[in-house]
Design a binder for this molecule. Sequence first.
Ligand SMILES: *Cc1c(COP(=O)(O)O)cnc(C)c1O
Length: 332
Amino acid sequence: MITLQDVRNAKKRIAQFAHATPTFSSQTLNMISGNSVFLKAENLQKSGSFKFRGAMNFLLSLNEKDLKNGVVTGSSGNHGQALACAGKLMNTAVTVVVPEDVSIAKLSAMESYGAKIEKCGRTSTERLNRAYEISKKDGAIFVPPFDHPWIMAGQGTIGLELIEQLGDFDAVLVPCGGCGLISGISVAVKETLKDVKVYGVEPEQSNSTYLSFKAGYLMELKNISTIADGLRTAMPGKLTFPVVQKYVDDILLVTEEEIKRAVVFLLERMKLLVEPSGAVTVAALICGKFPLKGKKVVAILSGGNVDLFALSEWIKEVKQRDKDESKSFRSV
Ligand SMILES: *Cc1c(COP(=O)(O)O)cnc(C)c1O
């Protein structure tokens, strides 16, 4: 299991590369949730998500000989973008295996960092198998998206940064996919602050961490359909899950509608562009899923890479529903 010292070392390692992202607060959000809320804006991190921290820490932990043949991963999104960005800074060749139906926006972001792109299949299994193949053939090092101590420690640097920025706090809400993010943050804050609580947040329609957490063993999902594409993971990792079991207090679930509401709230009220995976924490706060009141609470906004066509649809949907509801209210 990773230690607080691992996270501290990662923080020193990536300090000159990663942004110390700001935290924001809003009176409206405080009023709606009944807490004093601070939003950690990792949507403003390099490459557009916190995944840059883990990817950068991974590359900086390799020696020159390891880096010589480059690195490879399979990803449809933020991990690929983060690794491409980190590789460019380190002058390391990066290959990303992406699905055939990858969005143009993501593809061009990865290409702009100079990554080599290979298209393969549609499922994460196909992508990862192809990435392993490339790793074997070219001697490139495989970089996993969450289930590795260097990745977990890199993501955990957010926890130490929060303590520097805010001092003590009562609780932190963290989105859960494969649980690299929440495991790293848990180690950092639970080993530093006395009474802090850590809550994971997951979409109802992609709830493998919730199911595994309640069962006490890893549960794999077959059918996943959520707009939160960074959280479409079939199950938590073999290394991340024991950390979740040790430190996490509870997992909260949010609906697709609540996620869209949170994305629109962040954009309209706080002027923050946050992707669905990054907005689940705010969804839990504004839709009454968070159990505490009167506390100092941090919500992680994990990323901001969002397809603007999809976003424009969600905005229309949420605004139309608001309008219909206020009409039917007035006519009562
Ligand atoms: C990957 C990702 C997550 C989930 O992180 P895990 O370490 O897999 O739990 C959450 N939000 C965004 C934006 C992501 O890209």
